[in-house]
Design a protein around this ligand. Sequence first.
Ligand code: GRF
Length: 223
Amino acid sequence: MRNLAVLASGGGSNLQAILDHLATLGADAPARVALVVSDRAGAFALERARARGIPAVHLPRTAPADALEQTLVEHEAHLVALAGYLRLIPAGVVRRWAGSILNIHPALLPAFGGHGMYGHHVHDAVLAAGARLSGATVHFVNEQFDRGAIIAQWPVPVRQDDTADTLAQRVLRVEHRLYPWCVEAVARGAVRLGEDGKVQGAVPYDFPRFGVEGPRHPFVPDP
Ligand code: GRF
């Protein structure tokens, strides 16, 4: 059983999706959420953790530089999932948990990612660019925001009358499906980061089969 630490700055709906998925797997779950960390004391993600008896740690921005690493070590974290966590992960943590830190981004990377691209800023940029397709991306974390190797993506259409809020909601529904599968696959060792920096293995998902929020995949026949 792998110890998973989830880092979140906000509501933690992705944390919830991961908790629900691991609960559904029951004894077959390859990981358990052993720790939730937030840089915001009021983050609802911390409440979700406390309600389940999961250690919930607030690390304010003023915490010492190595506080995150110490906390992960203390709770024997094997895997780390960033779920709406707004802080850059220190290089020491990236190195120590290389290939074991995942992030979810609410757009199709490498577009609409990078510093300052979080929350509604991402969806505003997608709408301003007139992109017809957005989506969710899960990737391994390296020292740069949103630039680690891509594990899986799921497309979501942009509609003519979308606002940043309506698009965010449509993408979030997809995130809640995609992220738990990726966490499970990495925890099982079915997907890993190779020495060459490329992802080995694949997450077994199939968006036509699981109800597409967007267009059907052009290369996958209708079920
Ligand atoms: C999600 O859209 C995620 O992709 C982004 O921040 C949002 C977090 O939402 N990084 P929640 O806190 O999981 O509800």
